[in-house]
Design a binder for this molecule. Structure first.
Ligand code: HEM
Length: 451
């Protein structure tokens, strides 16, 4: 990476093309994956099925905020794997990197916009590998094993706190708290500052909703806005605060490095150069979001799956040795990262559909994970499923989730202790899921701890 390299400065000059070749299918869906309300009841698995059955490589209208033409939707396991495993053809770096859209200029939070691009998830080739290598030591088995002891104690403390409550919102009391704790231990964030991360996450999960609502209202000429403008100001203030804190702590770690991931990022030298401020900001956003939100939503999602499938819950309680496979099956069914995106760099073909250069392709992981060609009876939650670990929820290929061992370790600690202490738990009300088609964001999970 040369001195002063800033990825986001390049991407706006990159052009996304309309389909160069005729679409194989004339199928036109009535629903839209851009409709965020579709995601507030869990993932739209019936819609994924409809797309997979009728047009597995489907051309979708653009997001309302997207100045570019639409995008290809992949819903088959094999196609998503093929694209992920061929990074020379399907770039993570060209255009808006991994995100489906960055919207129009007037609707972007300027800093959030740049930082969603300037990090390793959006890099290709050697630059990506170089930056990924700097993160590696903090995800290796020795480090994760040491961390597990601390995580185990933390789970115990969190469960001690909810035990006398009888009923609680699992999200705020446990699912939000544990990943923040674990991530802060990896990053080296002082205890006193950790709760701030919880609030920042809540706002980030709503970022997509705020942007789309504002556009919708502008287009429809509505003046009485929801979300309330005050809420938007608060959102902007929170985002600023998050980046100010990241800048402050990364510069501190650059001056006085410790044995933690933030010190590694702050002092990473790629091709002899320190990361630019843009890349420091971007790496901060990526790690804080990726390391938190995903595990948090899987924890809550698994609890709902057990509540809805009492036979599977009993099976697990009677056979704790099934826990690792239960976790794989839970990650498959929850698929907390809903999609990632790539851009074709040359003329190519996906499952018989010809694709031209610089076309946008979205990988819908939740759909791949319910593909009946790979998973028998895919909509059934089955903790004995033999190939549950074949899911693509962590991605596959060069950008495969770096935090996978940390995520699995936390899920194991959480479920084993939770089920031992509260085997008779049940949901005591409706869950609430944020309108978001990028992450499956469970905001409320009311539970009663004992019958
Ligand atoms: C159940 C939990 C999790 C899921 C489902 C998940 C999923 C994903 C997915 C789908 C990707 C992108 C793959 C691609 O573009 O091909 C990714 C990348 C990443 N994840 Fe996770 N993640 C989880 C937990 C975590 C945790 C706990 C951390 C850190 C502590 C983390 C850090 C990262 C990082 C740094 C990347 C970028 C890797 C790269 O670009 O090389 N993730 N994750």
């Amino acid at each position: 990476m040369g001195s002063g390299y800033v990825l986001s400065d390049e991407v706006l000059n990159h052009k996304i093309n309309e389909p160069a070749f005729p679409k194989n299918s004339s199928y036109k869906a009535e629903r839209s994956l851009n409709d965020l309300d579709l995601f507030t009841k869990g993932q739209p698995v019936d819609f994924y099925k409809e797309l997979r059955d009728n047009a597995p490589v489907y051309f979708h209208d653009p997001m309302p905020t997207d100045p570019e033409p639409g995008y290809w939707v992949l819903t088959r396991h094999e196609d998503i794997k093929f694209v992920s495993m061929n990074p020379k053809i399907f770039s993570s770096q060209y255009a808006t990197g991994n995100l489906l859209t960055l919207g129009t200029e007037e609707n972007r939070h300027p800093k959030l916009f740049k930082t969603t691009i300037d990090h390793m998830l959006n890099l290709d080739g050697e630059m990506h590998l170089g930056l990924r290598k700097e993160h590696m030591p903090f995800f290796k088995s020795g480090f994760v094993e040491d961390l597990q002891k601390k995580v185990s104690c933390k789970v115990g403390q969190l469960l001690d706190q909810i035990a006398p409550m009888g009923e609680c919102n699992l999200v705020s009391e446990v699912s939000q708290q544990l990943p923040i704790y674990t991530l802060s231990e990896i990053l080296g964030i002082p205890e006193a500052d950790r709760q701030k991360l919880v609030s920042w996450m809540e706002f980030l999960e709503l970022a997509q909703y705020f942007t789309l609502e504002q556009i919708k209202q502008k287009n429809e000429g509505v003046s009485d806005t929801t979300p309330d403008p005050e809420m938007i100001n608060l959102f902007n203030a929170m985002v600023d605060e998050m980046f100010d804190y990241g800048k402050h702590i990364l510069l501190k770690k650059r001056k006085n490095p410790e044995n933690d991931l933030l010190s590694a990022i702050a002092n990473a030298k790629i091709e002899g150069q320190e990361l630019t401020q843009e890349f420091l900001d971007g790496s901060w956003l990526l790690i804080v979001f990726a390391g938190n939100d995903t595990t948090r939503n899987t924890m809550s999602g698994g609890i709902k799956l057990l509540h809805d499938n009492q036979d599977q819950k009993e099976l697990l309680l009677d056979n704790p040795e099934y826990l690792p496979n239960f976790i794989n099956e839970t990650v498959r069914c929850v698929s907390p990262v809903i999609h990632m995106r790539r851009t074709s760099l040359e003329e190519t073909e996906i499952n018989g559909q010809r694709i031209g250069p610089y076309e946008k392709i979205a990988l819908w992981y939740g759909a791949a994970n319910r593909d009946p060609e790979i998973f028998d009876d895919p909509d059934t939650f089955n903790i004995l499923r033999e190939n549950a670990d074949k899911h693509l929820a962590f991605g596959i290929g060069r950008h495969t989730c770096l935090g996978k061992p940390v995520a699995l370790m936390q899920l194991k600690e959480f479920y084993s202790q939770f089920l031992t202490r509260f085997p008779k738990f049940e949901m005591s009300g409706e869950w609430k899921v944020a309108p978001n088609n990028f992450v499956h964001a469970i905001q409320e999970m009311p539970i009663r701890l004992q019958k």
